[in-house]
Design a protein. Structure first.
Lengths: 205, 205
DNA sequence: CATTCCAGAGAACAGCTGTTAACTGGATGA
DNA sequence: TCATCCAGTTAACAGCTGTTCTCTGGAATG
C-alpha cells in the first residue's frame, strides 16, 4: 500500500503541504477571497511561480484545505455514532470530541466556519458537499436506533441536519471562547443537544 | 422630529447610501476583507478619495452595513414575539417573516451570514453584538410565557440562543435555495422549530 | 552513462491598491 | 453680500497583484 515516493515527489508534496499550512495560518485574520498567491509563497519562502506547480489558484488551494480539514473526520464521527451509549453519555462524548478536535486543529475549524458562507463559490460548495455527507452518515446512524421506529426518512434527515448544524455551530463557538470558559461553552452545547433529544423522543406523540 | 436636511447634508447622505449599496452588491461574490475602497467608489462613479469623507476604511463601512441590515429587525421581531399565538401558528409566522425579509433584502442577509464568521474582526463583533441583543430579546419574551415556569435564567438563555441561531441558519439556507424549493425549505425550518418546541415542553420532566 | 523530465527560480508585464496633498465650487450662515 | 465651510476632485506616491516566458540543476529513466 505505502509506496515509497521518489525524492522528487516527496519534495513536491512537502512544498505543497507547506503552502497549505502557510495559507491556513494567513487565513487566521482574513478570508480566502482576499488571500493572494504571492502572499502564500512569500510565507513559505518560495518563488511566486512555484505556486502554479501545485494549485491553479487560491480557490483551488481552498478546496484542498476543505478536504484536509473534514476528510479525516468521517471515520472519527462514524466510530462515535456506532458506539452504543445511552443518550446523555453520547451527547457528552460528542461534545468532548468536538472540543478536542477544535483544540488540536483550531485553524482548520476556523477556516471551515469562515468559508462555509464565504466569498468563494467552489469552496462553499466543497464544504456543503462534505456537510451533506456528514448529514447522511448521521441519518443512517440514527435510523438504526430503536427510537427511530415510525419516523419518515424526511424527518430523520431533518433531525440529522439539525445535529450537523449544531456541531458546526459548537465548533465555531468554541473557537471564540476564552480557554477558561470552554467548559461552560461545552455544557451549554450539551444542554442544547439534550433539549433536541427530548424533542426527538416526543416527536411521534 | 423629521428635521429637513440642508441640500448639502442630503447630498452627503445620498452618496454615503450609494457607497453602501454598491458595496453590498459587490459583496455578492466576495468577502469584505477583499473589498477595495477604489472598487466601491468606481462602482458609484465617484473619486476614490471621496470615500474618506464617509468611512475610515472598508471595515468601517462593513460595521455600518451591519447596523443597516439588522437594526430595523428588532422592532419587527419584538412585535412578532409579543403577539399571542399558539405554538404552531407562531412558528409558521416566524418562518414566513424570515422568508419575506430574505426575499426582499437578500444582499443584507448574505452579508450577515458571510461576515458573521468572516475575516474582519470589527464586523464579526458588530454582528455578534446584534445577535446577542436578539437573544436577550427572545429570552425576555419567552420568560413571559407560562411555559417558562420553573425555568432557570440560564436555560432560558440557552433556548433563546438556539432560536436565534436557527433564524440565522434558516435565512442563510433560504438564500441558497432555488425559488421553487423555497416552500420545502420553509416547511423544513418549521419542523425543526417544532421539534425544539417539543423539547422545550418536556424540559422540566 | 546519457537523456529526458520537471519543481522551482528569475525577470518582466500591465494593472491594481490605499493614502497623501493641494484644489475647486457651490451651499451655508453672519 | 461676503467670508467660511466642506463634499468631492485631481494628481501623484510607493508598493502590491496575477500571469507569462525563459532558464536551471538535480532526480528519474533507459
Amino acid at each position: 500500500m505505502s509506496h515509497t515516493l521518489g525524492i522528487r515527489q516527496a519534495q513536491k508534496q512537502k512544498t505543497r503541504q507547506a503552502l497549505m499550512d502557510a495559507a491556513l495560518e494567513l487565513l487566521a485574520d482574513q478570508s480566502l477571497s482576499s488571500l493572494g498567491l504571492r502572499e502564500v509563497t512569500r510565507a513559505v519562502g518560495v518563488a511566486p511561480t512555484a505556486f502554479y506547480r501545485h494549485f491553479d489558484s487560491t480557490a483551488d488551494l481552498g478546496v484542498a484545505l476543505v478536504e484536509e480539514a473534514l476528510g479525516s473526520l468521517h471515520a472519527v464521527i462514524s466510530r462515535l455514532l456506532t458506539a452504543t451509549w445511552d443518550s446523555d453519555e453520547r451527547i457528552a462524548r460528542t461534545v468532548e470530541l468536538i472540543a478536542d478536535r477544535v483544540g488540536s486543529h483550531p485553524a482548520h475549524f476556523r477556516f471551515i466556519a469562515r468559508e462555509r458562507h464565504g466569498g468563494v463559490r467552489a469552496v462553499r460548495e466543497a464544504i456543503g458537499a462534505q456537510l451533506d455527507l456528514f448529514t447522511e452518515e448521521v441519518r443512517a446512524a440514527i435510523s438504526q436506533d430503536p427510537a427511530a421506529e415510525g419516523w419518515s426518512d424526511d424527518d430523520l434527515l431533518m433531525l440529522a441536519g439539525l445535529y450537523v448544524e449544531h456541531m458546526v455551530l459548537t465548533a465555531s463557538a468554541l473557537l471564540t471562547t476564552a480557554p477558561e470558559d470552554v467548559p461552560r461553552a461545552m455544557r451549554l452545547a450539551e444542554r442544547q443537544l439534550r433539549l433536541v433529544s427530548l424533542g426527538r423522543r416526543h416527536w411521534l406523540d
